[in-house]
Design a protein around this ligand. Structure first.
Ligand code: SF4
Ligand code: SF4
Length: 434
């Protein structure tokens, strides 16, 4: 037997092994002649310098663990509209591709769907920020991202808005809808509401912010905000490769929080939730923090009494990656929608753990122009088509990036008039009387 012959050979003579032309064991031909069509067989003679360069970056080590099973490809939202995914990136690196200086470095949205299915824990959520930080240092980040970083650094928000205008959205609220600016008049509150950039500065975000203010007031929540002293949460900057900028934003917010007395922080957005809950603690900011859907779900009994007006529409819900896969919350938004009289929820096929990314995470919010050159359809357009296919009239969201993002995609995908995009808080507010 072949194995016995091997066993009898002294170890030091192993180097003398030669491939045999024919090896038959138990009648089975294992000679592997089908692999010898070309000679020599190329297996490890690639230029691995770029793969080694990547796996040497702290945080990006797991890129080298991929064993090419391809489970990640079927779930990658970018591959769904292009040609992407960890398996493909690994293979490119293995064949000498310079990932750190390539467009592929910026296409991942850090949605975590590949990590969910990867048997080897290849972790794009750590790999991408680590490699991008290197590219940002080298000055090779796309221009849109460099503008966004500059805005955050100069104004405390990625949109380049004057920080003095952050609290302006409250100006035309009626007197009975009070929103406290604790930075001007500190007082003890139960809830410190972290409003976020899109709620504060974007016109459609303003609508949701006002709806939140009305809902909190009707519920009798004792809440306040940081007013103009709130800065962006920093998570998008961190994931896009600017850890120093993230720390600058976080340290400012932590300092502002330290001046206030509050029970918990409630965020409008999942990205702020992720930053405050999972990233601020390593900088000394440890808080009881909830997304607004979680907070309201904990007050569901009181909320239900206020939801008087029917909302007689078919609704589908888009799970934000950073509320769902990153922070494990799938039930709270659905519980709120389920409490609205007349509302019928039609789930999309790709929902909950399998939710499809809108394309806005990991810095993607600022890369639509860049992505247009690398994918055949925006991720948000792909998602809108799926939402329309459920027969829904309303696409409900609970991430401040998504209202404007999906409204654009409704228009660009030719679905204007077929689908309205609403923040869940707007639906609740409407059911309470608007
Ligand atoms: S699922 Fe993981 S191990 Fe499999 S191909 Fe993708 S990255 Fe590699
Ligand atoms: S994190 Fe999401 S976008 Fe990035 S490679 Fe994985 S599945 Fe694709």
């Amino acid at each position: 037997m072949f194995e016995r012959t091997m066993a009898r050979r002294p170890k030091e003579k192993r180097a003398d092994f030669v491939e045999k032309d024919n090896v038959i064991i138990h009648g089975v031909d294992i000679s592997g002649h089908w692999n010898r069509m070309h000679s020599p067989r190329e297996i490890t003679s690639y230029d691995l310098s770029h793969l080694e360069q990547v796996t040497a970056v702290p945080g990006a080590e797991s890129m080298g663990w991929c064993y090419q099973c391809a489970k990640c490809i079927g779930v990658c939202p970018v591959d769904n509209v292009g040609n992407y995914g960890p398996r493909k990136l690994f293979r490119l690196l293995q064949t000498g591709y310079d990932l750190i200086n390539s467009p592929e470095l910026w296409e991942c949205t850090t949605c975590a769907n590949c990590l969910r299915v990867c048997p080897k824990q290849v972790d794009m959520i750590k790999i991408m920020p680590a490699l991008r930080a290197k590219a940002v240092m080298d000055g090779t980040a796309p221009n849109e991202l460099q503008d966004m970083f500059k805005n955050a650094s100069e104004y405390g928000n990625p949109m380049g808005e004057s920080p003095r205008k952050r609290f302006r959205w409250t100006k035309d609220l009626p007197e009975d809808v009070a929103v406290k600016d604790l930075s001007k008049t500190p007082e003890e509150v139960d809830v410190l509401w972290f409003v976020g950039d899109y709620y504060a500065f974007h016109a459609r975000g303003n609508d949701a912010a006002k709806a939140m203010a009305r809902v909190f007031n009707r519920l009798g929540v004792n809440f306040g905000t940081l007013g103009n002293e709130e800065w962006t949460d920093g998570d998008s900057q961190r994931l896009a490769g600017e850890p120093g900028l993230f720390e600058m934003m976080a340290e400012h917010n932590i300092e502002q929080f330290s001046k206030q007395t509050f029970g918990k922080i409630v965020t409008s957005g999942p990205h702020a939730l992720n930053a405050l809950k999972n990233e601020y603690p390593r900088l000394g900011g440890q808080y009881n923090v909830e997304h607004y859907t979680q907070f309201l779900n904990h007050h569901l009994a009181d909320l239900k009494k206020l939801l008087k007006n029917p909302f007689p529409h078919k609704v589908t819900f888009h799970d934000p990656c950073y509320l769902g896969r990153h922070n494990g919350e799938y039930d709270a938004p659905r519980a709120l929608l389920g409490a609205v009289p007349g509302l019928k929820l039609n789930e999309m096929y790709r929902c909950k753990e399998q939710g499809y990314c809108c394309g806005g995470g990991g810095g993607g919010m600022w890369l639509d122009g860049f992505m247009a050159d690398h994918v055949n359809m925006r991720l948000s357009e792909n998602r809108v088509r799926e939402a329309v296919s459920t027969g829904a009239e309303v696409l409900a969201v609970c991430c401040p990036y998504e209202v404007s993002r999906f409204e654009d995609a409704v228009k660009s995908s030719g679905n204007e008039g077929k689908l309205r995009v609403m923040d869940i808080i707007e639906i609740l507010d409407q059911s309470m009387g608007g």
